[in-house]
Design a protein around this ligand. Structure first.
Ligand SMILES: Nc1ncnc2c1ncn2[C@@H]1O[C@H](COP(=O)(O)OP(=O)(O)OP(=O)(O)O)[C@@H](O)[C@H]1O
Length: 264
């Protein structure tokens, strides 16, 4: 069963098309890296798959159901987290919220089973030591890992991540990318990840999609990141260069670096 299946999908805001011609299928343990310039429609596509935005035409199925009926199987981590940091929540409490929201209740005291699951989720992202620290006092990389733990606690089959590496310094990016690799290897769930910085994520990308208000390309990295395609999205100065067995994509504002010879 495919995690996501889209055919001739177009997405609208108030009747105006924001994204069109999206056709792809994502297997249930595959990772899709979603690329495109600012305003291309990446967040729009992610929120539509999550079932939050329902103004679309064409076919869109998540585990063979309309997205809003598959929400229990999906966790979505938005680009900038919406936690109110003036509320003094610990890292463990933030993770526990992921389970309590799904149960539709917010307890004053966290039930013991949820506390244990939250701790295990924090262990998974390597942050059990900060379980009792205040979320707002954590570093940017730690916060992002806590949010990944919160997304994982409900045992989703599809994880949707909007720019999980943005606004992080290079070492924090590497930490978060390493957790994403762990998720891929150990959880074998489907993931859709939007990113401006593809370098740290290339290893886990089974499929690449380039969009710019419409789908430009979808396929294995070697197929989707060609010189012609990169130029059509990022302009004539952008290039894909192959040096020995490695592909480099230069897009002006950032570089894509693809390790060759690692495909299945
Ligand atoms: N709530 C909304 N109402 C109307 N138009 C919107 C809304 N959200 C996004 N759009 C429009 O849809 C288009 C795609 O926006 P979207 O945020 O999905 O792009 P993006 O690729 O995620 O951009 P960025 O990389 O800057 O985050 C843009 O033209 C944007 O202005």
């Amino acid at each position: 069963m495919a995690a996501v299946r889209a055919r001739d999908l177009s997405v609208y805001y108030n009747g105006r098309v924001a994204l069109r011609d999206v056709t792809f299928e994502l297997g249930n343990s595959e990772t899709l890296l979603l690329l495109g310039p600012n305003g291309a429609g990446k967040t729009t596509l992610l929120r539509t798959i999550a079932g939050f935005h329902r103004e679309y035409s064409g076919e869109l199925l998540v585990f063979e159901k309309p997205p809003h009926e598959a929400r229990d199987l999906v966790s979505y981590v938005p680009q900038s987290h919406s936690l109110n940091e003036s509320v003094p929540l610990t890292a463990l409490e933030v993770v526990a919220m992921g389970a309590l929201y799904k149960r539709g209740i917010l307890h004053r005291k966290i039930p013991e089973d949820v506390r244990k699951s939250a701790f295990r989720a924090l262990e998974f992202v390597g942050l059990e030591d900060v379980a009792d620290k205040l979320f707002r006092n954590l570093s940017g990389g730690q916060k992002q890992r806590v949010l990944l733990a919160r997304a994982l606690i409900s045992d989703p089959k599809l994880l949707l991540l909007d720019e999980p590496l943005s606004a992080l310094d290079p070492s924090a990016r590497a930490e978060v990318a390493s957790v994403l690799r762990e998720i891929k290897v150990k959880r074998s769930i489907a993931m859709v990840i939007t990113t401006h910085d593809i370098n740290p994520l290339l290893e886990i990308g089974d499929e690449i999609m380039l969009i710019n208000r419409r789908m430009i390309a979808f396929g294995k990295p070697d197929e989707a990141l060609t010189d012609e395609i990169i130029k059509s999205v990022y302009g004539p100065m952008a290039r894909a260069i192959k040096v020995e067995d490695k592909l480099y994509c230069i897009t002006g504002d950032f570089h894509l670096h693809l390790h060759g010879g690692r495909r299945r």
